[in-house]
Ligand binder design. Sequence first.
Ligand code: MN
Length: 234
Amino acid sequence: MTKGTYAFECPPVVSVAIQGSDTRFPVRRIYCVGRNYAEHIREMGADERQKPFFFQKPRDAIVGNGGSVPYPPFTEDFQYEIELVLAIGKSGTDIAVEDAGAHVFGIATGIDLTRRDRQIEARKAGRPWEVGKSFDASAPIGDILPLNGGALPVRGALSLRVNDEVRQSADIADMIWNSAEIVSQLSRHYALEAGDLIYTGTPAGVGPIFPGDKVVGEVEGIGSLAITVTDPVN
Ligand code: MN
């Protein structure tokens, strides 16, 4: 075998569509913020005075707009979380809040899918959240709206409907940490790189979804993201 070749076919590049462009956004990492809207913290029974924190999902968990999400294994409480997503376009560490916008390529509507029963078990046991958060197809995202040097949004309605019934309705102005603060804080934990996505947390109203459900998330000014929950694969 020739030196430098791979033992098997390389995994495909995971990417997200960009609005108004033929090019796509190649995904490097997916970060998520836990606990960033006070009402959701209360509905989860946690202390809203705690600082938000970060966790990750695997990049191949991405599902694009219009995609299908098979009901995942190892759960009986599969839930949605509507979130504003920031798409990083410029690397940086220790980014100042006032410089954060320059590192953001664009914004998107996302849904942080969650195996809530597994997440709560892990939380109670003091274990990592991966089993509840970082499973296959757990990161739907709509087409990215480029900022083109424009400011990060500080307000705008976000909502989620299941089969045309509104389940979540809030405003990104209600975030405890705003987008610039999240980029700044995360860049103190990790070196941010172009291709990173940051799901910025969900407001109140989370709940279960089932095979056959059509889930539509929307963030004002960005556009909607529709997914369909399908039967389990296995
Ligand atoms: Mn979330």
